[in-house]
Design a protein around this ligand. Structure first.
Ligand SMILES: [Zn+2]
Length: 141
């Protein structure tokens, strides 16, 4: 036998502020929705009844249509150290690394945001920093 409460009266105050009509409300219970977002998904969740709506998070680098140019930025390293680091990072040898630095050319041209992130990981591992144009809007670790 389930005991059923006679009534579930909700305390109600006349002085309670009316809900903000622009705030998204749960279609199930009317409570305010809490937004959330992660690497792949974005959505809203109802803290009262558990209602959830989720969609693809398009606000991430893999959906970025911008093409970027990437240059080496040596930071505090001296030129020979930059050449060696670049040669090791890209497996291109010292002669080719020196040639890239001599020309002042970007190490990658018109590449996707995902490729910029891949390059940044490799180059950071070798103590090199990047200069990216246009300004890169995604976090690089
Ligand atoms: Zn709800």
């Amino acid at each position: 036998m389930l005991a059923r409460p006679a009534s579930q009266s909700v305390p109600h105050s006349m002085s309670a502020p009316s809900p903000d009509p622009t705030e998204p409300r749960c279609p199930g219970c009317g409570a305010g929705l809490a937004g959330f977002s992660d690497e792949t998904c974005t959505g809203a969740r109802c803290p009262s009844c558990g209602f959830v709506v989720v969609t693809t998070n398009f606000n991430r680098s893999s959906f970025d249509p911008t093409r970027y140019d990437v240059w080496i930025h040596g930071g505090t390293k001296d030129r020979p150290a930059i050449i060696v680091s670049l040669a090791n990072a890209l497996c291109i040898g010292v002669v080719n690394a020196r040639a890239i630095l001599d020309t002042g050319a970007p190490i990658a041209q018109s590449v996707s945001a995902v490729e910029v992130e891949r390059l940044a990981r490799i180059l950071h591992d070798h103590g090199l920093a990047l200069r990216i144009t246009p300004p890169f809007p995604w976090p690089l670790d």
